[in-house]
Design a protein around this ligand. Sequence first.
Ligand code: PMM
Length: 298
Amino acid sequence: MPGRGWSGVGYRRSVSDFVVADAVPPVVMGVLNVTPDSFSDGGRYTTLSEAVAHGVRMCAEGAALVDVGGESTRPGAERVDAETEQARVLPVIRELASAGVPMSIDTTRAAVAAAALEAGVAVVNDVSGGLADPAMTKVVAEAGCPYVLMHWRGHSRRMAELATYRDVVTEVRDELAARVDEALAAGVAADKIIIDPGLGFAKTAEHNWELTRRLAEIQALGYPVLFGASRKSYLGRLLASPDGEPRAVHEREAATIATSVLAVAAGVWGVRVHQVRDTVDAIAVWRASGSPRLAAHD
Ligand code: PMM
């Protein structure tokens, strides 16, 4: 089964060759934000025991990675300092590591990434793709760990004003390619790199849909793609009430699952979601149906 339907989409290698923490693609990454203010789950897992229980649960539900984050990237969010970020994530990571839960650290800071790797995470998920902290690629290269490198143009506070593109897909592709080149130059191995178009990060709803429609152009860079649509505001806008009120964050699950499965059918390596079990179920349906691929990507 692994390998079928995954090769030959312009990848330098088959996505199925790219196994992280024993996970065969499509990988489900479960979100664990230990922040008081993330837009989707902020404030829900702020005690150690709640956060750990949720991480263990997502792993049991089929998350190949639990993505632990201690700084909100919600549009407009103010930054927290590195000490605060570290104090939020490290105790959770230590406990989840001793419970055998495979994890990534969602951080833009090299020092936080290094401490998290030391504490037991397997993967670094950097929403800035190395732009926010010039020391990040060196930390990743030295650790020899997989590196999720997302498209990003600036911190959350300034994100909205940076959402200007002539053609969002070619610009995201080219800017990602530049980040990949920098990671490679710093010594990160090509087979450790995963790219992510960064839905919602300096992107309007139209930009997100255009990237979703033309994922193949991002995949053509030759790296596995992670896709993170879960509960994002463009889904809230899609499902708005007739008077224009966006759908509430926790009522965007069906849309999240539909979007994630379409991305899987387009050949992504993984999806980053809050609701692991339902996503795993939906992917099981996709598999049982013969892993159909979107025609544009055949
Ligand atoms: N989105 C968020 C945070 N981290 N990481 C990656 N690689 N891709 C994403 O799309 C992404 C991310 C913001 O969502 P959240 O506040 O629900 O975690």
